[in-house]
Ligand binder design. Sequence first.
Ligand code: NAD
Ligand code: MG
Length: 298
Amino acid sequence: MEKANSNLKDPRDKRGLEEFPIQMQDAPGVQAEMNPVPDSGEKTYGGCGRLKGRKALITGGDSGIGRAIAIAYAREGAKVAINYLPEEQKDAESLAGLLTKEGNEIILLEGDISQEDIARKTVHEAAKRLGGLDILVLNAGVQKAHKSFTEVSTELLLHTFTVNVFSPFWMAQEASQIMPKGSSIIFTSSSEYYKPAVKLTEYAALKFAVVGLSRALAKELIEKGIRVNTVCPGSAWTPLEISGGLMKEDIPDHGSVNLMQRAAQPYEIAGIYVFLASEEASFVTCETYGVCGGMEGV
Ligand code: NAD
Ligand code: MG
């Protein structure tokens, strides 16, 4: 009889702990200071050359899902540039240390992309330093939980829409003018797109906007041979969540509202970004992919 595959695990059991310890940091939060430190695939993601020779810019690539994408892309053979905020230098440097040690090239581009000129310049700086650009992952985001939408100030509204919607818009505008045919742009929405949550009113609205933007853009950019898709991650254990993305009291049960009844580790979200960037997805554009632990009907 064939021996059972010892790598197979019940997906519900990957949570690894009963509840997340309550903790708070100022935004944007530092991954290295979280307890437990999220798993962005440092020891788990393999890679087999699916993105050999590709040149990728990943926004918010220092931590969480973006860090997991950076690790996966590098190990799949891509040259990677990441953008992040100055407060996140520690996470960015630890990522650079890890990938450089493995012989992978990584370019660190610090800068606040809520500023239009920096957002636009970052795309060109990445292309210059990478020797071209054929993958753009628009992953940076901010999320602020609130008890009622009446508490959301215009200042916060403008900031969250600027980081999550305007900056990807500006960066896609720049990238689309320099990317070769066969390139891929990947936006990041959220399970909020399927099931908007109370306490995240403006975040739900802007993550719907991201899907609309991505799908409309796919129709224009196919004329240039560029594919455009969106990933909707579900709850994941990242700095975003402990730096204002969740109310303090909601941290222990983060991610329990899905069929898995748990949050993802960031590395569990990265695989779909590899697929969407790769040649295996050559027939895929204008699509929206959920990695949410099962949201339907929950
Ligand atoms: P994260 O905190 O690790 O990543 C967010 C990143 O956004 C930060 O690392 C930071 O570099 C970047 N960022 C924020 N403001 C910026 C600015 N002004 N300029 C430049 N960069 C800025 O958290 P994450 O959860 O990995 O978030 C990645 C994406 O996934 C976000 O778009 C988020 O909305 C989305 N998402 C997260 C979850 C979750 O449960 N963690 C669920 C659904 C969607
Ligand atoms: Mg970060």
